[in-house]
Design a protein. Structure first.
Lengths: 529, 274
């Protein structure tokens, strides 16, 4: 065995490589970004694996599914909200099934360290009726990639591996195998009907998926990773994923708790039954939604003779990330003595735009232009430029999901709001903004779209963008944006007067206009050779 | 053994480099460790922290529980205070004393440093000055590794070899600057500890730490200065040091405590001018 020090994300990536993947697909998103980046680095170093960023998670998923169709193994990784974007492909691929093993790794962000929600991917895996693995540490993250890819091939379904921020971005030594599994040979599935979800075929395939449920339950029930330890009857603990580590942290060797660790879904029902019949009270510890807890409670609440403690009962906060301290409180243990109380009067230090950032120049100019229209809203999007919502700039007023700025601005313009301005980055535009701009060009309502083209995906640590410069300009014009109202500015202090005039003219224009605000991100590094 | 560390600072100050060095040290010693860090949005000039847990047995939680940190190691003083509730009753704080002011409501320095006065196990060093003295303004993080070394319980030689290896591909000049940074941080940290152990208040302890040149600083020289400042003339000498800009360096620094102890009071100012 070799030992490597790996982030949880990197353990996932290396686990997949050692399990014989031929391709990795992704769109950057914290906390999942480093999964793909690890594979990409290995590919650059000569490993035979395809690794190139996709413009969004849906395309990434489809590429992975297409590679699977050829008989080869593939992974696709994304942050939790990315699976919403890929959901159409994801849910339907449960019906088609796979060729080579297909694992979708989704990094959830409980506590919303870098996200707009804390949705729980276990719920989406259940929604698609596919199996889900949840590692509790870097070693399991590594091992579960092989387990997931094997399972995917054996049961002919995509498999979800769900991780969370604290595992994704935590480093530890991992024992890795010396000899990687060889990639699968190229063996395209051909024009077989399972891939063609016409209603008649889809009905058969859906029936097959539903029939698979008992098999999935058997798999989950017999996995060795879901360990059941029956001790005292006072309190049982059902702990999933990372929650088990926080539980262990709080245990002494002679504890009297009965414990079931859950690392796979559908949950191991017989083991849960064994635990619940052994104890009178059950504490459920899980990152994210009260997923297992709600399954236990069902519609009708706790059954007589079993009290269920968790996020619903208030023993664990309903929202937010778990910590060893929250788990300690849920166990009704005294906190560890601390030297000091938390200082509550310290000023926060939120993230901010870098000094010299082109977004600052653009927003300062935009604020001047918008001062002509008090009370107006500027719709915006996801990226570093979202920080323009914070003081001192206070330049934008929305951030919902990738690409939403344009669609929302369009809806507002269609309702008669005026003026309507939207700000989107080059990568977010490529991700999900293009169809919305096509729609805006067709509608030709009064709307000014500002595309901040910094030639970089900066917020996620610096990835190459797919659509920038002249190609971006040609695409925008190709969508039907009138040339007379397509302007390009360079956001620099010395250009402020000219830029302000351009913005004023286009905001006043009673139709669609697009202003590209173009200056390279000051963090941009030269692409690696 | 178990060593729980909260690493703190502001995005861009090199917290993750500190983490990497300590991870490698733990790995080389055959210890278990987990190190949780912050990526993404928070790295843009915001507060950044990393939880590092090193132990002889398996580590469970990736996060340090509250009350269980043995050490808060911070490259910025306000950020050190942010995690005080993680500190165990016997825990130590080792921090740079250079405020990184990028927020409008940053506390005034007297308010800020008053918060440190009650901490029994504390080290404050001027990481910025020490990094420059070492030859690289970017080496503040490595200065802090040196300053914290006695509280880490990891061999200094091992830390130094890992720092050298980490910067090896950047050339000998960068390697030398970082090696110096580690040594200067260690020397300055030892001065601060000695001053506090002798019962000096925060202000004279910081003053001595920041004036005593770490280059070639002898243990006896440090001890003589601390004894002098803790003695009957201590308050007077500390006041005079407050106006001094030039470092106390070399032979002169070694000889001064005895001279200051022996000279008539009226001559002290003259001896300390510079």
């Amino acid at each position: 065995m070799t030992v490597e020090v790996l982030l949880g994300d990197e353990a996932v990536a290396l686990g997949a490589i050692h399990a014989g993947i031929s391709g990795a697909f992704s769109y950057p998103g914290t906390p999942a970004t480093e999964i793909f980046e690890y594979v990409e680095r290995q590919a650059r170093a000569g490993l035979e694996v395809y690794a190139r960023w996709s413009p969004n998670e849906k395309v990434a998923y489809e590429e992975a599914l297409g590679m699977s169709w050829t008989g080869k193994r593939a992974i696709v990784s994304m942050k939790h909200v990315g699976l919403n974007v890929a959901a159409d492909a994801f849910v339907n691929s449960a019906l088609t099934g796979v060729g080579g093993g297909l694992v979708v790794v989704v990094a959830d962000d409980p506590g919303m360290h870098s996200s707009q929600n804390e949705q729980d991917t276990r719920a989406l895996a259940a929604f698609a009726q596919v199996p889900c693995l949840e590692p509790r540490d870097q070693q399991e993250a590594y091992a579960m990639m092989a387990e997931g890819l094997d399972l995917s091939e054996r049961l002919d379904v995509p498999v979800v591996v769900r991780i969370v921020t604290r595992l994704a971005h935590s480093r530890a030594p991992v024992q890795v195998r010396e000899t990687p599994r060889a990639p699968n040979p190229l063996r395209p599935a051909g024009a077989m009907s399972k891939w063609t979800l016409l209603p008649a075929i889809a009905r058969q395939r859906y029936h097959r998926l539903v029939e698979l449920t008992p098999e999935l339950q058997r798999w989950s029930a017999t996995r060795s990773g879901n360990e059941l330890t029956l001790r005292g009857r006072r309190l049982g603990v059902l702990a999933a994923g990372l929650a088990s580590n926080y539980l262990t942290e709080n245990l002494t060797p002679d504890h009297d708790l009965s414990i079931l660790h859950v690392g796979s879904y559908p949950p191991p029902v017989e083991k849960i039954r064994a635990l619940t019949t052994h104890v009178d009270r059950l504490l459920v510890l899980e990152e994210g939604y009260p997923h297992l807890e709600d399954h236990l409670l069902g519609l009708l609440g706790p059954r007589p003779g079993l009290e269920v403690l968790g996020r619903r009962s208030g023993h664990v906060p309903r929202t937010g990330e778990l910590t060893p301290d929250l788990v300690r409180a849920a166990l009704a243990e005294e906190p560890w003595p601390a030297l000091h109380e938390a200082l509550t009067d310290l000023p926060g230090r939120p993230p901010m735009l870098c000094q010299g950032c082109p977004h600052i120049d653009l927003y300062q100019t935009l604020n001047l232009a918008m001062a002509d229209y008090p009370g107006s809203q500027v719709f915006s999007d996801i990226g570093c430029y979202t920080l323009g919502a914070l003081p001192p700039l206070l330049a934008i007023h929305s951030c919902v999901c990738m690409g939403a700025s344009i669609g929302m601005a369009l809806g507002a313009a269609e309702a008669g709001a005026s003026p309507v301005v939207a700000v989107i980055g080059d990568s977010t535009f490529a991700h999900a903004g293009i169809p919305a701009l096509l729609s805006a060009a067709k509608a030709d309502v009064p709307l000014t779209l500002i595309i901040v083209d910094n030639d970089y995906v900066a917020m996620t640590g610096g990835q190459q963008t797919m659509l920038t410069g002249e190609r971006l300009d040609r695409l925008v014009l190709g969508l039907g944006v009138p040339e007379a109202h397509f302007r390009v500015i360079t956001p620099l202090k010395k250009n402020q007067e000219d830029n302000l005039r351009v913005l004023r003219e286009e905001i006043a224009h009673p139709g669609l206009s697009v202003v590209v605000s173009r200056r390279v991100c000051i963090q941009k590094k030269a692409p690696a050779a | 053994m178990e060593l729980n560390i909260i690493l703190a600072g502001v995005g861009g100050q090199g917290i993750l480099t500190i983490a990497q060095v300590l991870d490698q040290a733990a790995g080389q010693l055959g210890l278990h460790f987990k190190q949780a860090e912050v990526h993404g949005m928070a790295q843009r000039g915001g507060a950044v922290q990393s939880h590092l847990r090193i132990a002889s047995g398996p580590v469970s939680s990736d996060l340090v529980p509250r009350g269980r940190a043995d050490l808060i190691l911070s490259v910025e003083p306000l950020e050190a205070l942010r995690y005080l509730h993680y500190l165990s009753p016997a825990g130590a704080v080792v921090s740079s004393d250079n405020p990184h002011v990028n927020i409008p409501d940053y506390p005034a320095e007297p308010t800020l440093f008053a918060r440190f006065e009650q901490l029994a196990r504390l080290v404050l060093v001027d990481a910025r000055a020490l990094a420059r003295r070492a030859g690289s303004a970017r080496a503040e993080n490595v200065v802090m590794i040196g300053a914290a070394a006695p509280d880490l319980g990891l061999p200094v030689e091992l830390l130094e070899s890992l720092v050298v290896a980490m910067f090896a591909r950047k050339g000998e000049k960068v390697v030398e600057a970082n090696r110096n940074a580690l040594r200067f941080g260690l020397a300055a940290g030892l001065t601060f500890r000695a001053a506090r152990q002798a019962g000096l208040p925060l202000a004279p302890a910081r003053r001595l730490t920041n004036l005593l040149d770490p280059e070639g600083l002898q243990a006896e020289t440090r001890a003589h200065w601390v004894t002098l400042l803790a003695g009957p003339r201590g308050a007077l000498v500390a006041d005079l040091l407050a106006t001094r800009q030039a470092p106390l360096a070399g032979q002169a620094a070694a000889a001064l405590p005895a001279q200051l102890d022996a000279a008539p009071e009226a001559e002290l100012a003259g001896l300390l001018a510079g």
